[in-house]
Design a protein. Sequence first.
Length: 174
Amino acid sequence: TIREHAFVTSDYPVILSIEDNCSLPQQRNMAATMQEVFGDLLLVHPVEKNETRLPSPAQLLRKILLKHKKLPEGADEAALLMRSEEGRGEMDLRTTVKNGVLYLEDPVDKEWNPHFFVLTQNKLFYTDSFHGDEETDDDGENEDENHSGFQRPKEGVPNDELHFGEKWFHGKLV
């Protein structure tokens, strides 16, 4: 478990990034359980009274820190979630249904231009432009599967196995 093995290699603090979509009462239950499990290793109060800056790693030796966005008291959880997603300009990639290259016809020059897209349950997001060198295979033909560095997913492999829905996954890096 974390408590037994957190500081085997190093005494520096361990940061647990918690993502939860629980109600406030359930968040309180989780907090109580974490305090019970981690005990005095869990940092629950400021290191110094009236501090004006974050403590140094040396001040946090052998401490477990939680990184978490909690809901304010009395907030409508669904409305808050919708508002924060719209305000950030980010999308929740966990709800991705499909992604890839989308060709849209330019109304001026009547050419079909590629755009990277992500389709969620209720929205379609796509890039303004999508530039890259067209690759050719050994026969000299255009290779749609590798157009501009994007590859089609392998057949029969579910999207969650390909990590497209995970925020840290950035695809093929050049």
